[in-house]
Write a protein that binds this ligand. Structure first.
Ligand code: GDP
Ligand code: MG
Length: 174
């Protein structure tokens, strides 16, 4: 691998409205967190270059939704061509977990067969309100070949680790 190797990859976020997708991306790309994230700020696009050592870098083109998930549907065009997907649920909402599993199904049926997928339980700072057990989600992820982690966009817990773990998949795959 040459000194200037940069792998480019499209990454999409999916999940229930309010699960924290935008907050996770804004935390990662801008280092910021807003208590009242606007749910429909228009389709957002963030480009981030991750240096992964050994002269390897991954440029992630990150696509966030514009609130279309409110209707539980996203045009397949949104995730077409994606190399990676982050499916987010809110650990304080069983509904959002159910919906996340449906997104995983949809991506597995219609997406790129080589798609690298992560299932993410967000809002772990609200431990006292937790409804979805970490072990349950972890078992589901393992059975479906997904990377799994729990994050808090609010405290930044595991947020950059999530993107770096995904980034590493592309370096090792190329
Ligand atoms: P999206 O619809 O999936 O993009 O979700 P947003 O990022 O818009 O977040 C929805 C709401 O949840 C906002 O009020 C956020 O401030 C809040 N939120 C997002 N992430 C977290 C988190 O990790 N912890 C807590 N406590 N609140 C969060
Ligand atoms: Mg959003």
């Amino acid at each position: 691998m040459g000194t200037n190797t940069v792998i480019q990859a499209k990454l999409v976020l999916l999940g229930d409205l309010g699960a924290g997708k935008t907050s996770i991306v804004v935390r990662f790309a801008r280092g910021l967190y807003y208590e009242c994230q606007e749910s429909t700020i228009g389709a957002a696009f963030f480009s981030q270059v991750l240096s992964l050592g050994d002269a390897a870098a991954v440029k992630l083109d990150i696509w966030d939704t514009a609130g279309q998930e409110r209707y539980h549907s996203l045009a397949p065009m949104y995730y077409r061509g994606a190399a990676a997907a982050i499916v987010v649920f809110d650990v304080t909402s069983t509904d959002s977990y159910m919906r996340a599993k449906r997104w995983v199904d949809e991506l597995q049926r219609q997406g790129n067969p080589h798609l690298v997928m992560a299932l993410v339980g967000n809002k772990v700072d609200l431990e006292e309100r937790r409804q979805v057990g970490a072990q349950e989600a972890m078992d589901y992820a393992e059975a479906n070949g997904l990377f799994f982690t729990e994050t808090s966009a609010k405290t930044a817990q595991n947020v950059s680790e999530l993107f770096y773990e995904l980034g590493k998949c592309f370096v090792s795959a190329s």
